[in-house]
Design a protein around this ligand. Structure first.
Ligand code: ADP
Ligand code: MG
Length: 320
């Protein structure tokens, strides 16, 4: 009798126990995974729901695949005249411009002016003629921002923008803000190749694998990370092969073709919005120039995997 009572009490208090919770969902065209330590299941579930809701909200605003997103509206109208935009989109466009300046145009959201003519699923790339006609529309200087009230205008009608190189990192940062608001102190949150680590793994470091570009299960290196963001850009995420050339989803804004010379770049830093955009940019810049830039940026580290599979760390990681 006493034992039954103890078991029943135990069941009743299950939900109030501190525990790890894990959840995954498909949002923003990618896999979202979230793992957190909570004081009660109720607290944890509420935090998870709030984070997923925020991801859906960002997707609705910034998806290029939804005709009713704010981004799609800008793409339809900003070539013709000034378009009023939300403060949130304004800040993300401003951040994109800053990263473009920092990376001498390697990161450029107007890549979409030609990028929209690729279809990786169907193996389609723009012809040289199409590319020739549109390449001059690829230039972040064509995105003219105005504050108070926030608005944007494109300098040329053919300009299109896409936030695929920065929006997932932004969404991950927003998710971390929400987790903190819910009193969560230990968590990881990933959207595809963009992750953040909140706190530690309760006394231990989070350990993150840098993937082997040629082997889904292979790990090139393990990084111990706490309280930071990690983004990886690789040529193995979305691509098709044509005449021996790998056409993948990171474009060199200068040529309008897939960037070459690197297999993957991983960036570590304080915020995912920055690591996401820098990983894309440094993939375009390649190793000597990209690594040199990282060495100049405080709090930012990089891991490059080159075409021979060789791995190289920036000085802050190599020293660990
Ligand atoms: P993912 O996590 O989707 O693999 P990455 O962060 O590696 O994304 O960035 C690739 C995405 O960035 C592309 O799918 C495209 O939307 C966008 N992109 C491609 N080339 C550039 C570029 N030169 N500058 C900015 N964004 C880019
Ligand atoms: Mg990126």
């Amino acid at each position: 009798m006493v034992r039954v009572l103890v078991v029943l009490l135990g069941l009743a208090s299950l939900g109030a126990e501190a525990q790890w919770l894990w959840r995954s969902a498909d949002i923003m065209g990618t896999r979202i995974t979230l793992q957190l330590w909570c004081e009660s299941e109720e607290q944890g579930e509420a935090a998870i729901e709030a984070v997923l809701k925020e991801m859906h909200r960002i997707d609705r605003a910034m998806s290029p695949f939804r005709s009713d997103s704010e981004l799609s509206r800008v793409n339809r109208e900003a070539g013709q005249g000034v378009v009023a935009i939300s403060g949130e989109l304004f800040r993300l466009l401003e951040k994109s411009q800053q990263i473009s300046e920092l990376t001498e145009g390697a990161f450029d959201i107007t890549f979409a002016s030609v990028g929209d003519h690729y279809d990786y699923r169907r193996g389609i790339k723009p012809s040289d003629a199409t590319l020739g006609g549109l390449l001059s529309a690829v230039d972040y200087h064509h995105v003219l921002l105005q504050a108070d009230p926030a608005s944007v205008r494109f300098a040329r009608p053919q300009v299109r923008i896409d936030l695929g190189g920065i929006a997932k990192g932004y969404a991950v940062d927003r998710g971390i803000v929400i987790l903190r608001r819910h009193g969560i102190e230990h968590a990881t949150l990933s959207a595809g190749g963009d992750s953040r680590f909140l706190g530690d793994r309760r006394g231990r470091s989070w350990r993150v694998g840098i993937r082997d570009p040629d082997d889904k299960k292979g790990i090139k290196a393990l990084l111990p990370l706490n309280e930071s963001a990690l983004s990886t850009s690789g040529d193995y995420e979305r691509f098709f092969m044509l005449d021996g050339v790998r056409h993948h989803h990171i474009l060199n804004p200068k040529s309008g073709r897939s960037a070459e010379g690197v297999r993957s770049v991983s960036i570590v830093g304080p915020e995912a919005v920055t690591t996401d955009a820098l990983a894309t940019a440094l993939f375009v810049m390649g190793e000597p120039a990209g690594m040199a830039l990282v060495e100049r940026l405080p709090g930012i580290e990089a891991v490059f995997v080159d075409p021979t599979g060789e791995i190289r760390f920036s000085s802050g990681l190599a020293a660990q």
